[in-house]
Unconditional design. Structure first.
Length: 73
């Protein structure tokens, strides 16, 4: 069995893949660090975080017993 030799193109592809992996790892570490710092900081306006009402953003529907308008339904 003959040994495998890398061509110049193969070496370039491997080098590019390594660079991409290292860049992705760096970005992932920076994002995780930024999210961790953001989560550990207290809110800028502590009163606003508590003042949020439950159910805000929920849509309420009104159901009536009257028949629908003509052609409605």
């Amino acid at each position: 069995m003959r040994g495998y030799e890398l061509t110049e193109r193969g070496k370039i592809v491997i080098a590019l893949l390594l660079v991409i992996v290292l860049l992705l790892l760096t970005v992932a570490i920076l994002v995780i660090t930024a999210l961790g710092e953001r989560a550990s900081q207290p809110p800028e306006h502590p009163g606003e975080a508590v003042a949020e009402t439950p159910g805000a953003g929920l849509i309420s529907y009104v159901i009536s017993d009257s028949p629908p308008p003509q052609g409605g339904g």
